[in-house]
Ligand binder design. Sequence first.
Ligand SMILES: C[S@@+](CC[C@H](N)C(=O)[O-])C[C@H]1O[C@@H](n2cnc3c(N)ncnc32)[C@H](O)[C@@H]1O
Length: 261
Amino acid sequence: MTDDAEAVTAVQDQDQDNGPDMSGTEMASANMAETLKRRNFYGRRAGKTIKPHQRLWLSEDLESLVPEGIKPEENPDRLPLDLTSVFKDGRPVWLEVGFGGGEHMVHIAAQNPSIGLIGCEPYINGVVMLLGKIRRAQVTNLALYPGDVRDLFDVLPDASIDKAFLNYPDPWHKRRHHGRRFVTQGYLTQLARVLRPGAEFRMATDIPDYVRQALIEVPQAGFTLENHGGTPWSDWISTRYEKKALREGRVPDYLTWRRAG
Ligand SMILES: C[S@@+](CC[C@H](N)C(=O)[O-])C[C@H]1O[C@@H](n2cnc3c(N)ncnc32)[C@H](O)[C@@H]1O
């Protein structure tokens, strides 16, 4: 992502006074509402115009794929999600953060029909690309949230996820923006909380400085590095972003961690 793109939709913090006469419950709700309001998202939420056939996919397919209770407006108290109501038979659930155009999501879901895969992506053009791929591949073991992974983290129960994928997270090149990277404690402690002990966490990136930061921060959040190299996993499919990176001469790193415990 370019520096210009990094600045696209920064939503600024707003301070607000909650008022003096609130009960404990009102205060807790107000604090949660305030936390959600303060949650800045710096990436892009929309790009090219959505085409008419893609609008149809959105109107026909999206609702049934999005579990109820992740969106803050639907669940202001952030009550935990019941994953057995998302994937009916209590199957293992895997998570993909920032699925982009969804090629990895559909590939993993098709290869592993006995698991449930939940992915999140705030970029609506990516979401519609995934919807098209789901239609073509006819996979049914998928759920998605068209928004920020932090909304999902709020409501995922402890140790509820069996495997997580982070493919080519936004690099945030400028030093002063490194705190926005996924490989920082705010995101990683939540990821560690929702992963069951022993679960695998995979990350691919083409940015050497991202690898540097990940090698420091991910272990601090309770993960053990299992593998790091230039060869992808045997079940890997090259993503849209990876293809672009390779075309532009950048070299991927593939890292595998295991949640300690
Ligand atoms: C560089 S792209 C890579 C997309 C895809 N994984 C691939 O390999 O082609 C990073 C993606 O992460 C998404 N993203 C950024 N911040 C996110 C967040 N807080 N929650 C979920 N996804 C996020 C972006 O919208 C973007 O699509």
